[in-house]
Design a protein. Structure first.
Length: 495
């Protein structure tokens, strides 16, 4: 049985700001079902401690990195039973605000220390003498845990193998060079993290891990180019022999309209009349006009440049003025939030904007809208469109990243043979968005074909089983290299 320490900065339902939390809950749960002995490690934010239920202390650390008294608290993750360890360090985690930002939306000034501690504690768990449990694999996720592969490499010999997963290459955890002294980093680790005069936690993970993964096969290919490599494409090409693209999945125990407790009406592929009832309920909830015939478009994402809110705002008036409705749930950059609020004021009853992420609202949006608008200038995976499919909501995105791995364009041929799963913008412009939506709504006006598409996307299997099998195989090949298990480059693992 392979023993895995899985490190992440957020895990649903303890703490969630985005898709990483869903992945960090669902993938370990799927691996646990396959017999992997997996333990989660994450920071003990106040909300995480509050949501964890029963906790017991399993270890104490005396002032690690000068952060004060620190404890390791153990619980079982609700819903899966996966053993979970939270780092209780009040000096750096017990604060009002979010996981990464203060109440004013600014990054915490000591994020280097907060997430440096996450990797440092992981290293102590690997090297601590007398531990009854020690991992064969340390699996670190995103920049927050980027130091772990580096620190583990110098912590113990023999040491566990390390994997680093890139969820979004654009977020790199970049800090001033003096943080190397604050974190007491060995010189070779600090020098390997240099990024245009600063230090990148993400670069450390990519550089030092025994294997690197991304969250879709196509994204793994894209980041090898200078266009999409975010300044790290040279290093990524160097590491290409150990780079794998493994598609994320969906936890259908949570994202399933047949059992979803957040919905006013549950439904499946054979009960789509109840999806119409969810649409009416959503219109009532957010203050839209009750209009069964109006196509309802949803936008649920971080409202940041990556997600093309500028393009959506430019195209939105033409959609509304031709009879569509629009609802947004999310938050992000203030200028875009204000732009959508202005649209709500301009089109009362036709545009609804809810700033701030709420889990219950996210489920009701996916059930109630007809179309999910999910454009992005780059998209590592695209979990929300996968969720949308299960709810019979047709996704619209750009032809990049994981969207290429999950969406089959609704061409006339694909619609006829029943393989279509959504629509792509042909150009990343407002006109490209308008043209794409014209194709979508042309199909919407053909109820039998639209219903056929809905049923098809609801029945597709995007569960975590395939990803868990791929990761299990990768774990085994790293933990037992003499077995010579096949671990081919990039996308074969996710096939």
């Amino acid at each position: 049985m392979t023993r895995v320490l899985f490190i992440a900065s957020e895990v649903f339902p303890l703490i969630k700001t985005g898709g990483l939390a869903d992945v960090a809950a669902a993938l370990p749960a799927a691996l646990h079902k396959r017999g992997v002995d997996i333990r989660l490690l994450l920071p003990g934010y106040p909300s995480a401690l509050e949501n964890a239920g029963s906790l017991k202390e399993v270890m104490q650390f005396n002032d690690p990195l000068g952060c004060g008294q620190t404890r390791l608290l153990e619980t079982n993750l609700p819903g899966s039973g996966v053993k979970t360890w939270l780092i209780d360090c009040p000096q750096i985690f017990s604060r009002n605000g979010g996981a990464y930002q203060d109440p004013d939306g600014q990054d915490w000034h000591d994020n280097h220390l907060r997430f440096g501690l996450l990797s440092y504690i992981a290293t102590l768990l690997v090297s601590e003498h007398g531990q009854k449990w020690s991992p064969d694999i340390v699996h670190a996720n995103d920049w927050h845990a980027g130091l772990a592969p580096a620190l583990v490499s110098v912590a113990k010999n023999p040491r566990p193998a390390t994997i680093f997963t890139i969820h979004n290459l654009a977020y790199q955890g970049i800090f001033a060079p003096e943080v190397a002294d604050h974190l007491d980093l060995p010189a070779d680790i600090a020098s390997s993290m240099e990024f245009y005069g600063r230090l990148s936690f993400l670069k450390a993970g990519i550089k030092w891990a025994d294997a690197v993964t991304t969250v879709s096969p196509n994204y793994a290919q894209e980041i090898l180019s200078s266009e999409n490599g975010c300044g790290l494409d040279g290093l990524l090409r160097e590491r290409a022999p150990v780079l794998h693209g493994i598609m994320n999945g969906v936890d259908y125990g949570i994202w399933n309209p047949e059992t979803d407790t957040y919905l006013t009406h549950n439904y499946g592929p054979g009960q789509l009349s109840f999806k119409s009832a969810c649409k009416t309920a959503l219109q009532n909830e957010v203050g839209l006009d009750h209009d069964e015939a109006a196509p309802l478009v949803g936008f649920m994402s971080r409202i940041v440049h990556q997600k093309m809110p500028d393009i959506v705002l430019e195209a939105l008036p033409s959609l509304i003025e031709t009879g569509k409705q629009f609802v947004l749930v999310g938050d992000g950059e203030r200028q875009y939030e204000d732009g959508f609020r202005a649209m709500q004021e301009r089109y009362p009853g036709r545009v609804a904007v809810r700033i701030g992420y709420r889990e219950d609202m996210a489920h009701r949006l996916l059930a109630g809208v007809d179309v999910l608008l999910h454009p992005a200038r780059f998209e590592p995976c695209g979990l929300v469109p996968l969720y949308a499919m299960r709810y019979g909501t047709v996704p619209v995105g750009c032809r990049n990243g994981g969207m290429v791995d999950s969406i089959i364009e609704g061409s006339p041929a694909a619609l006829r043979n029943g393989t279509a799963t959504g629509f792509f913008l042909e150009t990343e412009t407002a006109q490209g968005l308008r043209d794409c939506m014209d194709r979508v709504f042309d199909l919407y006006r053909k109820p039998l074909l639209w219903r056929k598409l809905q049923v098809h996307i609801m029945q597709r299997d995007h569960s975590w089983a395939a990803a868990a099998k791929a990761y299990d195989g990768l774990y085994r090949s790293l933990a037992n290299p003499s077995n010579d298990l096949e671990a081919p480059l990039l996308s074969k693992l996710s096939a």
